[in-house]
Design a protein around this ligand. Structure first.
Ligand SMILES: [Zn+2]
Length: 386
C-alpha cells in the first residue's frame, strides 16, 4: 500500500504544478483581458470626444502595468499636438510622480513635460526643466534646441547665444546663420552706436554671408558720416547676399551723393546688377543715367535687362520712359493707362517670399512668422519680382 502511495507522489506533484500554472495563466489572462477592456473603454471615450474620462482611465491604468508608459507618452504628445496642453501636462506629471520609473524614463517624461510647458507659454518652467536636461548626455541636444527656442520667444538673445556657444563645433555650424541673427537682434536693441557696430561685427564673425549685418553696418556708417566704411559695407553686401542688395539702394544713393561720387554710384549699381541684383537695381541705374541726361543708354540698359530677366517691374519702368518721350495724344494716354494697370498689379503682389516655407510678405522680415527660420525671407525672383 505504502509503495503505491510512493508511486502516486510524482503524479500528485505534477498535478499540483499543472493546477498552479493554470491558475497563474488564468490570472494573467484575466489581467490582460481587463487591461485590453480598459484600453478599449479608454479609446471609446477618446473617440466619443470624452477626453477627460479617457485621460482619467489611462492614468488609472498606469498603476496596473509599467509597460503602458510608452502608450502614455504617445497619448500625452497627441494631446499636446491637438492643443489640449492641460491634459498632456496631467499625463506627464503623473508619469513623473511614479516612484519606480527608471532614470531614462523619467528624463523622457521630463522632456515631454518641458515641451508641454512651452506649448502652454510657461517659459520659465520649461526653461528650468531643459536647463536640468542639458547636462544629461542622451537629451542634451534636444534640450539645447528647446532652450534656444525659448530664448527666441522671450527675446533673451544673449542667453540664446550663450547656449549656442556651448554646443560642439559641428552643431555650432548648424546654428551659425541663426546665431548671427541673434547678434543682429542685440545690435537692434542697443542704443549706443559703438555697441551696435560691435554686435554686427560679431554677427559677421559668425556668418560672413549675413547680409543683414552688412546692411546694418552700412546704415550706421551712413548716419555717422563714415563714408568709406559705408561704401565698403555696401560692396561686402554684394558678395555676402546679393538678394538683399536692392534694400540698400537708398543708403547707396545717399552716401555717394554726400561724397559727390556719381561715378562710384554707377559702378556700384553696375557691379550689383552683374551679380544678379535684379530689376530694382536696374531701375535705380536707369534713373541715375536719366538724371545725367543719358536717356538713350538708360533705355538700352533696361531693354537689355528685360531681355535677359523679364520682370513686371522692369516692363513698367520701360513704359514710363516711353511715356516721357511720347508726344501728347491718344497713344500716350493709352500707354499711361496701361502703365497704371501694371503698377497696380505690382502693388497687390507680395514682393518677398520665405525660401523655406513659401510664406508671402509685402515687407522684409528677418524671422519668418510662419516657419520661424531666420534670414529666409527674400525678394521674389522672376516675372513677379526682381
Ligand atoms: Zn518660412
Amino acid at each position: 500500500m505504502l509503495e503505491i502511495l510512493f508511486l502516486l507522489l510524482p503524479i500528485a506533484a505534477g498535478y499540483g504544478w499543472y493546477m498552479g500554472r493554470r491558475s497563474i495563466l488564468q490570472r494573467d489572462s484575466q489581467k490582460s483581458k481587463k487591461l485590453s477592456r480598459d484600453y478599449f473603454t479608454g479609446l471609446n471615450f477618446l473617440l466619443s470626444n470624452e477626453s477627460d474620462k479617457a485621460v482619467d482611465l489611462f492614468i488609472s491604468m498606469l498603476d496596473v502595468d509599467d509597460e503602458t508608459i510608452d502608450t502614455h507618452l504617445s497619448l500625452g504628445s497627441l494631446f499636446r499636438k491637438r492643443g489640449e496642453v492641460d491634459r498632456s501636462i496631467r499625463i506627464h506629471q503623473n508619469l513623473i510622480a511614479r516612484p519606480n520609473l527608471t532614470a531614462e524614463q523619467r528624463d523622457i517624461a521630463m522632456m515631454e513635460l518641458g515641451k508641454d510647458y512651452m506649448a502652454a507659454g510657461f517659459y520659465d518652467r520649461a526653461e528650468e526643466i531643459f536647463l536640468n536636461l542639458v547636462n544629461q548626455d542622451d537629451h542634451s541636444e534636444e534640450a539645447e534646441s528647446q532652450l534656444i527656442s525659448i530664448y527666441q520667444v522671450t527675446k533673451e538673445w544673449q542667453n540664446a547665444i550663450d547656449v549656442t556657444k556651448k554646443l560642439p563645433k559641428k552643431r555650432q555650424q548648424v546654428f551659425k546663420v541663426t546665431t548671427a541673427h541673434f547678434y543682429c537682434q542685440l545690435a537692434d536693441q542697443a542704443t549706443d552706436m559703438l555697441v551696435k557696430i560691435k554686435k554686427l561685427q560679431l554677427a559677421i564673425k559668425q556668418d560672413v554671408s549675413c547680409g543683414r549685418a552688412w546692411l546694418g553696418l552700412a546704415n550706421i556708417y551712413l548716419d555717422s558720416d563714415q563714408i568709406k566704411e559705408c561704401k565698403d559695407s555696401l560692396l561686402q553686401l554684394i558678395d555676402a547676399d546679393i538678394a538683399l542688395f536692392p534694400d540698400s539702394i537708398n543708403i547707396a544713393k545717399q552716401v555717394y551723393r554726400q561724397s559727390s561720387d556719381s561715378e562710384g554710384y554707377e559702378q556700384l549699381l553696375s557691379l550689383a546688377l552683374k551679380q544678379g541684383a535684379g530689376a530694382s537695381v536696374a531701375i535705380a541705374l536707369a534713373e541715375h543715367q536719366i538724371a545725367k541726361n543719358n536717356s538713350d543708354s538708360a533705355e538700352a540698359m533696361m531693354l537689355d535687362n528685360l531681355y535677359r530677366h523679364p520682370t513686371m517691374k522692369g516692363f513698367q519702368h520701360l513704359m514710363k520712359l516711353h511715356i516721357k518721350q511720347a508726344e501728347d495724344g491718344k497713344a500716350k494716354q493709352s500707354l499711361s493707362m496701361l502703365e497704371k494697370l501694371v503698377e497696380q498689379q505690382i502693388k497687390f503682389r507680395p514682393g518677398y517670399r520665405c525660401r523655406e516655407c513659401g510664406f508671402p510678405a509685402h515687407a522684409l522680415y528677418w524671422h519668418c512668422p510662419s516657419c520661424k527660420h531666420w534670414g529666409s525671407i527674400k525678394r521674389i525672383k522672376g516675372l513677379d519680382g526682381e
